[in-house]
Write a protein that binds this ligand. Structure first.
Ligand SMILES: [Zn+2]
Length: 450
């Protein structure tokens, strides 16, 4: 049941946290894509990836059957097969770079390659890019072991399979913005492929508005503590921005925006949108860039100023991560497909797909969002300008208490200004553009308007 309250000429919907009172409006086109995501497809991709024996970044790039070269060619072939059904909008390539030997994790100069598929946006004026990534490379107990078996079913066959499945389903549809699907290499060697891509994006001014890094997301159980849970997934997001920290620090401090950077906003968006489309999945925000003292492929992106999050299963199993395949004291070690939960992986893939599709269908973000401070008072006056691209039906003004992790109220207006009977001292606000089918842009936190 939804509760609607009229407020002078404007009306708003009170978003309730209780399950019984939640109103869910889904875009039928996204629902259709969601239904197409298949646990069987995901399983078959992982079986294929494991069949390359090892996908260590330093393994053979020329052997047609074994090693990272065979694996990335296989991904490229998948992308090219999907391209045939895309009406010429999907193009795929291997983006290569020679990584020189270093004293750490690269023993000899290596031709690294990221397998990339670009689903070009249908609106030529829309320069936005939404990126989904997983890492194709795998490792054994020793990261320098390039010959022994390293199946990497979950780390990161799971993320790579999600990328491929999203490309398969989404390439049959058109989106105003561009979506890029990538399986990078060199993650285990030190985020090499992601670094390569993020630096290139920065140098060439790619307008990446969101990057979803999927790494280890298809196993439902923990080592040691024996938890089994396929109903929750974590999304990690940085708090203080890694990029331009000095420049932003004053603004963050004076407005109390420690928890409102664009990556944190993306995490909230991922949670709300993912939970809108995936049943029996709770998206748990973790207020950290990554797991304790560990890193991932989103990091080079946040360091270059992009909003990027890490998506990882709720409970990791260290018997199956970065381990040689062996049996010890009755415990089977190794990252094997038999330890995966493909239904859990399906849900986590759908969570990605619904977010990418919702973002890429949405209008661009509203421009110049401001909170008026000319006169003191208990109202909050917000104004903004229409987004550069997209068919905007109106705007959502999001509101939450300063201590709330998620947005608590959502107001709709077709205008570009809004007065709230709530004091800016006590709440945080943001504005999203929304179109006819309910696809929202990322929220914009207002700046100070004088
Ligand atoms: Zn990984």
């Amino acid at each position: 049941m939804k509760k609607t309250i009229c407020l002078s000429l404007l009306s708003f919907v009170l978003i309730q946290s209780s399950l019984a009172q939640t109103t869910i409006n889904r875009d039928p086109e996204i629902e259709q894509m969601v239904r197409e995501v298949s646990a069987d497809s995901l399983q078959s991709y992982i079986k294929q990836m494991v069949s390359f024996g090892t996908r260590n970044t330093l393994s053979s790039v020329t052997d047609p059957k074994r090693g990272i070269g065979a694996a990335r060619n296989w991904v490229l072939n998948k992308f090219n097969a999907f391209a045939k059904q895309s009406g010429g909008r999907l193009t795929a390539y291997i983006d290569t770079v020679t990584i020189p030997a270093d004293k750490r994790r690269v023993d000899t100069a290596t031709l690294l390659g990221n397998a990339v598929a670009v689903l070009k946006g249908t609106d030529p004026d829309d320069k936005r890019i939404f990126l989904i990534s997983g890492h194709l490379d795998s490792r054994r107990s020793s990261v320098m072991d390039k010959t022994g078996d390293a199946p990497g079913a979950n780390d990161d066959g799971s993320g790579s399979a999600a990328v491929i499945e999203c490309a398969r389903v989404m390439s049959k549809h058109g989106f105003p913005a561009t979506v890029i699907f990538v399986t990078v290499s060199g993650e285990e060697q030190g985020l090499l492929g992601a670094n390569f891509m993020a630096s290139k994006a920065k140098k060439e001014n790619w307008n990446i508005e969101a990057m979803l890094n999927n790494d280890i997301m298809g196993s439902n159980n923990s080592s040691e503590t024996n938890i089994i849970d396929n109903t929750r997934i974590r999304v990690f997001s940085e708090g203080l921005p890694a990029f331009e920290t000095e420049k932003n620090a004053k603004n963050i401090r004076s407005l109390g925006l420690e928890n409102d950077g664009k990556t944190r906003q993306l995490a909230r968006y991922v949670k709300e949108t993912g939970e809108r489309y995936v049943e029996n999945l709770e998206i748990v925000m973790v207020y950290r860039n990554d797991r304790f003292l560990r890193g991932g492929d989103h990091s080079p992106f946040v360091e270059n100023g992009y909003a990027a999050v890490r998506i990882t299963e709720m409970n990791e199993n260290y018997y199956h991560q970065h381990q040689d395949i062996r049996k010890e004291n009755g415990i089977q070690y190794g990252d094997l497909p038999e330890f995966m939960d493909f239904e859990y992986l399906r849900k986590n893939t759908v969570m990605n797909l619904s977010n990418l599709a919702n973002l890429a269908k949405a209008p661009a973000m509203p421009e110049e969002v401001k909170v008026e401070v000319k006169n003191p008072g208990n109202y909050t006056d917000l104004n903004w300008k229409a987004p550069k691209t997209g068919k905007t039906k109106g705007y959502y003004i999001l509101m939450r208490e300063t201590t709330s992790a998620v947005w608590q109220k959502k107001f709709f207006t077709a205008q570009t200004a809004y007065r709230l009977p709530y004091s800016k001292d006590n709440y945080f606000f943001a504005v999203q553009a929304v179109n006819e089918t309910g696809n929202e842009s990322l929220p914009v936190v207002p700046g100070v308007g004088r």
